[in-house]
Design a protein around this ligand. Structure first.
Ligand SMILES: Nc1ncnc2c1ncn2[C@@H]1O[C@H](COP(=O)(O)OP(=O)(O)OP(=O)(O)O)[C@@H](O)[C@H]1O
Length: 347
């Protein structure tokens, strides 16, 4: 135990949030050392595939690649769509952290996995991390890490509700005594919001916009709740009828309309989690409120919408985009204190 404690003090344990949209790596005492889009660009030469770029550089290539390069997102809808490429990406990021931070290799690595990921996926993630030099690998479910990162009292015998709105999925969990009492996930998140915006623009303006433009519109004027303050953005898309770029202006009310269906799905999943929560925990949640994490929590007015629909207080966690990675880091510290109840059964 003492040796474990001492080792804990000097170790450069990594916590990895392997997300559909972004991968983050947190190192104890250093904070977030890597924050990159989960994108890999693959170059094909005479049927041979090679990694051309990973992370930010690869994301800039999305939708702009020549014939022999494809930029792909190996995780989709919160699950691994391409094992081989995910492994390559994970290894690239872990090596990058080692190179940049003079961190000793072979640390303990904790990976945050979607609560609905299969045993096969968990095994693949574990093997990828081992392949990248991890000495020990721990897996923790994302909502648990998110709750710890948001500072919720997960160890207490009291219910906490977390809604983590990522790129591919929204994960909802009720946590008490270091365990997930109820978890539900819906394949709606930031990506679906972007798709809904692109669909709206195609229907209303007869123009095509790419994923990055849709995401930019969401960041700048996106909203989940009606507000007096109307925002606008000038956009350029390829007009379908004329085949040439055309400019038009979008307003925040239009984006609200475009997002209706996706938002309704999230609200419905939150409501059904509340309905299925044991009464004691439901009353704790009613008192403490619902905590939102993940990039989607930054969508303007989403807290208001969920609060209005559930009648409960809703708060957005501080730095929602880094909650999962930071929570994973804290969970690693908890291992040294013997708090291992929260880890996935695979450990
Ligand atoms: N200010 C903002 N307003 C709205 N959405 C935002 C904002 N900032 C980031 N996002 C969205 O958050 C999403 C990414 O969130 P996050 O990094 O938490 O997801 P992830 O962990 O990679 O995904 P998942 O949990 O599904 O695996 C993207 O869709 C991004 O567009």
């Amino acid at each position: 135990m003492l040796i474990k404690k001492i080792r804990g003090l000097f170790s450069s344990d990594l916590s990895i949030d392997l997300g559909t949209a972004n991968t983050l790596i947190f190192v104890r005492d250093r904070g977030i050392v890597l924050d990159e889009p989960s994108v890999v660009a693959i170059r094909t030469n005479n049927a041979q595939k090679m990694v051309a770029a990973v992370g930010g550089e690869a994301k800039r290539m999305l939708g702009r690649t020549p014939g022999n390069i494809t930029a792909i997102r190996p995780l989709k809808d919160g699950v691994i769509a391409d094992f081989v490429v995910t492994e390559k990406m994970l290894q690239h990021f872990i090596h990058k952290v080692h190179e940049n931070s003079f961190i000793t290799p072979s640390p303990r690595v904790l990976v945050c996995v979607p609560s609905k990921s299969t045993q096969v996926e968990r095994k693949a993630i574990r093997e990828s991390a081992m392949g990248a030099g991890a000495r020990e690998v721990y897996l923790i479910e994302e909502p648990m890490a998110a709750a710890i990162g948001a500072g919720l009292p997960v160890e207490d015998a009291s219910g906490s509700m977390i809604v983590d709105i990522g790129g591919g999925t929204t994960e909802i969990a009720i946590i008490s005594l270091n365990g997930i009492v109820y978890a539900e996930s819906v394949r709606v998140g930031g990506d679906k919001f972007d798709e809904a915006i692109a669909t709206y623009v195609r229907r209303q303006y007869g123009s095509l916009i790419g994923d990055s433009t849709a995401e930019r519109i969401k960041h700048e004027i996106g909203t989940a709740f009606h507000s007096e303050e109307e925002r606008e953005i000038d956009v350029r898309g390829r007009n379908l009828a004329e085949g040439v770029p055309r400019a038009f202006t979008l307003t925040s009310s239009e984006i609200l309309e475009a997002l209706q269906e996706s938002l309704a799905q999230i609200v419905q999943t939150v409501k059904s989690a509340l309905e299925q929560s044991p009464p004691e925990l439901a009353s704790d949640i009613a008192e403490r409120g619902i905590v939102l994490t993940g990039g989607g929590a930054l969508l303007r007015g989403l807290d208001k919408l969920i609060s209005e629909e559930t009648g409960l207080p809703v708060v957005v966690a501080e730095e929602p985009l880094t909650c999962v990675a930071r929570g994973g880091g804290k969970a690693l510290e908890m291992i040294d204190r013997g708090g291992i109840g929260m880890f996935s059964h695979e450990n």
